[in-house]
Design a protein around this ligand. Structure first.
Ligand SMILES: [Ca+2]
Ligand SMILES: [Ca+2]
Length: 142
């Protein structure tokens, strides 16, 4: 996977983007410019014994860091040719930071950190369908 493919997928995700604020549903202001690639993690999340890659990216936003579209995009070996959006957050700086097969069934579970401007948190997720399903998490903040 290359940066061009990441940018193409990020551009797809920014189209028609809506988010819920205290005022209601709004269209965010995503700026033109480079996406931020905050990390890449190699782990076998689909259990086929081949490494997959999870990219932690953020789209440029005039409201960053308080509000910014952030995604975990996965290049999964059993689903070639497509970057799957396995997680998203508009408030937290989600980043896939570690993976291990916690329950010994083959696929690796993924540790995701999710700090935000008033607190922090983390969760462990398992690739299920096309998403990272939360198995458990913890956090603190307002
Ligand atoms: Ca795999
Ligand atoms: Ca597992």
């Amino acid at each position: 996977m290359d940066v061009v493919a990441l940018k193409r997928r990020a551009a797809e995700l920014s189209k028609g983007l809506k988010w819920r604020s205290v005022e209601g549903i709004e269209t965010p202001h995503v700026l033109d410019g480079d996406i931020e690639v905050r990390g890449a993690l190699a782990a076998d999340i689909d259990g086929d014994d081949k490494k997959d890659t999870i990219y932690s990216i953020a789209l440029p936003s005039e409201m960053a860091p308080f509000w910014q579209p952030r995604y975990l995009l996965a290049d999964v070996t059993s689903r070639p040719g497509r970057l799957l959006k396995v997680a998203e957050s508009f408030y937290a700086e989600i980043e896939a930071v570690a993976a291990i097969d916690l329950n010994g069934d083959g696929p690796h579970e993924v540790l995701v950190t999710e700090p935000y401007h008033e607190g922090s948190g983390s969760f462990v997720g398992r690739f299920d369908g096309d998403k990272l399903k939360r198995l458990g998490g913890w956090g603190c903040g307002l």
